[in-house]
Design a protein around this ligand. Sequence first.
Ligand code: ATP
Ligand code: MG
Length: 360
Amino acid sequence: MATVTIRNLNKKFGAVEVMPSLSLDIEEGQFVVLVGPSGCGKSTLLRMVAGLETITGGEVRIGERVVNHVAPKDRDIAMVFQSYALYPHMNVQQNMGFSLQLKRKTPEEIDGKIRPASGMLGLQDYLDRFPKQLSGGQRQRVAMGRAIVRDPQVFLFDEPLSNLDAKLRVQMRGEIKSMHQRLKTTTIYVTHDQIEAMTMADKIVVMRDGRIEQEGAPLELYDRPQNVFVAGFIGSPQMNFFDAVAADGRLRLGPDLTLPLPPAYASTQGKVICGVRPENFHPGGPGDLPFAVSLVEPTGAETMVTGKIGSTQVSAVLRERVTPHPGEVMQLRVDIESLHLFDPETEQRIEAQPALEAAE
Ligand SMILES: Nc1ncnc2c1ncn2[C@@H]1O[C@H](COP(=O)(O)OP(=O)(O)OP(=O)(O)O)[C@@H](O)[C@H]1O
Ligand SMILES: [Mg+2]
């Protein structure tokens, strides 16, 4: 276990700057998940921590030690890639033990590491098999086993589950999380999967264009996204956005379309972006918002309905059993307390004013 401290990290590929100046603090034992659109610099950041990519400027510290110029093998980290990168000509045991062999450990020492790791990963019966004789999930486990036996200060994962089918992903997600609970090794984990990010992370870091847009506990980001980008990025399906005008305690979403403002925003005036998560819509009645339905997708537990409110494209996830038909207009009620308001100029969150609310 170690802290990872990243200070003003800068990365240029030739003349192209992909990371201007990124700072991030990771506590001992923390599980940090990096998310962000393709090309935002997640892998580059991970590779700079690992030492697989040079650092143009700034500093990476693992524990107290600045590692900018320390070779990857001396950083005491272990990285697991999407591609597994197993040695095809080695069996499971040899794959897992290879790094220890390089460190000139004795066969007894190597066995002493492989045995508990393979047990933890359910690989004890597969030690003689070669990678091509394993399923995708088993290969992924060997890749993790290879990282575990090194007993590193920090685990780095770059989309380790994205090659697996949906069911295996869920299973491996649980296994990585329980492994982290046992080993408590500081972990940086990159994923495109919302559910992975929300369920595994102690802290989620949302990146865009080599910068951090927001970092925080998963529910903090879900409940209080600091800007329109994070609001749209965290949550699936994504938040709906309305161009709206706040006046006299009401929010106008369009002609004949208004909602009451949440009490803490009662004094807000002027143009706003109003965000509503799909799960904050419910089947409503007269006086609620008319929703022109275009697509209905029942998944069993809930129904995803797509359509328009006024001129805004909207998706709603309804847990109630309703079966609207395409072409129909249904009424949608909104959880007023869970509206998100943003400044249309800066796209930053408008903070609620509980003081005013209390004064009233
Ligand atoms: N070796 C390289 N040479 C030049 N540019 C690179 C190199 N590696 C990455 N980049 C650029 O750096 C930026 C960040 O890439 P990176 O691979 O870190 O993104 P990412 O967030 O991991 O994306 P993805 O989600 O697609 O994996 C991109 O614009 C990419 O084109
Ligand atoms: Mg990547």
